[in-house]
Design a protein around this ligand. Sequence first.
Ligand code: NAP
Length: 328
Amino acid sequence: MEYRRLGKSGLKVSEFSYGSWVTFAKQVDVEPAKEMLSAAYEAGINFFDNAEGYEQGRSELVMGQAIEELGWSRDSYIVSSKVFWGGPKPTQRGLSAKHVTDACHAALRRLRVDYLDLYFCHRPDLDTPIEETVRAMHNLVLQGKVLYWGTSEWSGQQITEAHLVARSCGLTPPTMEQPQYNLFERQKVEADYLPVYPMGLGTTIWSPLASGMLTGKYSEGIPQDSRANLPGYEWIRDRLASADGRAKLDKVRALSQLAGQVGMPVHHLALLWCLQNPNVSTVILGASRLAQLTDNLAALEAKALMTPEVMAAIEAIVDNRPKGPERF
Ligand SMILES: NC(=O)c1ccc[n+]([C@@H]2O[C@H](COP(=O)([O-])OP(=O)(O)OC[C@H]3O[C@@H](n4cnc5c(N)ncnc54)[C@H](OP(=O)(O)O)[C@@H]3O)[C@@H](O)[C@H]2O)c1
């Protein structure tokens, strides 16, 4: 495992990290979670991703209990939470100073920690002035409850505004963004954020396998035991069945052939492709069982196979390089 700086901060994050969306509290409880967290930690993963919105906070409860029972030293791992979807009441969602503060306190309790290493605004909130959110984050930083704050799925313009507000008001700017990034989703990371990286932005990228599509397992139908069959995740099935989904599955078949020629499975190719981008600080793995996690971790052994020729062959198949940044 190698470690990368999170943007211009001094924090070193493992190139692969592990997240709990869909899995913790939905597909797995504390004991299997402990097994997977432990395997990740032993392999050198030091960042574990979570959010108040994952299973209405229950994912954080599972992770908090699991990590406490594993007895890890607090200075040996990085844990995150995200604020936005805390509950149905108007004060329980969004990025008002109140909800940002309440959600932080609740996450600290659920994760059983004194501070959050990373705290993300899970989405932009058009109903709250960016200055209010930046100030709320700054106060949590001053109180020692949050070390680094960031955003998720914000536009380049919104991140820039947060930086400008922080600079003009003497507040703490965001350190990192958590965007989706994979062979099918490239716009933000490869184009929109190009003007923002020089401010020191790090990225903790999500869904590197496009929710499992890039394992190739959806190419012959939907396996019974996959997230696409879970209640509440019907949208994954719908996406796979759409014209766009079918076109992507064709590309996965072509990528699988290429991966076979290179000497690795297609999901290793997809994960290692994300790591080739120097603006990616860490690739957050998802895994609903131990075998998936150990399989995905094994991709690191094949790093040397990702030659410029292989990258070019991938590009020729996906053929979706972003044309340019969003227009402000
Ligand atoms: N900020 C955000 O808005 C946001 C959004 C989404 C995710 N995230 C973060 O990013 C993390 C990763 O996202 P993700 O879970 O969507 O990642 P992903 O890698 O795209 O998908 C992971 C899922 O694919 C399947 N899978 C993974 N490896 C496999 C393998 N080797 N063989 C077969 N199936 C495999 C598993 O699902 P099944 O076994 O159920 O099929 C697994 O849970 C999340 O846990 C979360 O922390 C953040």
